[in-house]
Ligand binder design. Structure first.
Ligand code: FES
Length: 265
């Protein structure tokens, strides 16, 4: 059955559909809004590629989709925000606790080597950012980052969890530091001044809609968020209205043209 029936499996039924145990290595506060948990899988893992994600099972509580923030061959890192019971329980896990992992899920980005890129990040879009920048650096890309937040207290030293970044432009909505305004507005100014082969947006729907509008004519990808339950194309909970796309198997990265009708709703 195809997309309409939600019975499609990704990855040919391989082991990313099984839950594997992982031991918590650390679980720390990054800023007033974000935390980072590092876990060590207890069995072999297929190396994730950005912006792929894992379903992280907090035993007895919930299963949460989390984007990979880093993987060093041994330890997986996730940046997350406490929003509900699942992430609340996750925030209370100390070193030595266990979680379950299912993944990596979703499709990887495929960026041409040596591209010049602008990565535009807003809100919880910061979660996959370090792994995306690591990937861009490994592809020999030159890139800059625009990071938009509501206020200064949400910022943390992004440079300490990223590699190869040439420049981080900070934008704050309350004008407390850096550019005064939205990340998409700063992106529009940069796109007017410099040439980029590629733009990648990660953040809330409104920001991604504005980004697609102000960067039309440039090759722009947006990394979306949606309600993810099964993560493997079975349940339909991540269907993007007004498109024929399922976020968990077709995304989470899409070209603007593929999801513009969804972004406008
Ligand atoms: S189809 Fe179930 S989460 Fe995507």
């Amino acid at each position: 059955m195809g997309k309409s029936g939600f019975l499609r499996l990704s990855g040919g039924g391989s082991h990313e559909h099984l839950v594997m145990p992982a031991k918590v290595y650390s679980n720390n506060v990054l800023s007033s809004r974000f935390r980072m948990i590092k876990v060590k899988p207890l069995s072999d893992l297929r190396v994730p590629e950005p912006p792929q994600f894992f379903m992280v099972w907090v035993p007895g509580v919930d299963e949460i989709p989390l984007s990979v923030a880093d993987y060093d061959g041994e330890v997986l890192s996730f940046i997350y925000e406490v929003k509900g019971a699942g992430t609340g329980a996750l925030s209370r896990l100390g070193p030595g606790s266990y979680v379950g992992l299912k993944g990596p899920l979703g499709r990887p980005l495929n960026v041409v080597e040596g591209s010049s890129a602008l990565l535009v990040v807003g809100g919880s879009g910061v979660a996959p950012t370090p792994y995306i920048t690591k990937y861009l650096a490994s592809r020999g890309c030159r890139f800059e980052v625009v990071w938009g937040v509501k206020k200064r207290g949400e910022l943390f030293n992004l440079g300490s969890v990223m590699s190869g970044v040439e420049y981080i432009h900070v934008a704050t909505e309350d004008c407390s530091i850096g550019y005064c305004g939205l990340a998409s507005e700063l992106a529009r100014e940069l796109v007017g001044r410099y040439r980029y082969d590629l733009i990648i947006g990660v953040g809330p729907k409104g920001m991604l809609k504005s980004l697609c509008e102000v960067t039309s004519g440039v090759n722009t990808y947006v990394v979306l968020e949606a309600m993810v339950k099964c993560g493997v194309g079975l349940c339909g909970s991540c269907a993007l209205p007004n498109t024929d796309k399922l976020l968990c198997v077709d995304g989470p990265a899409f070209k603007c043209g593929e999801v513009m009708h969804y972004l406008r709703t």
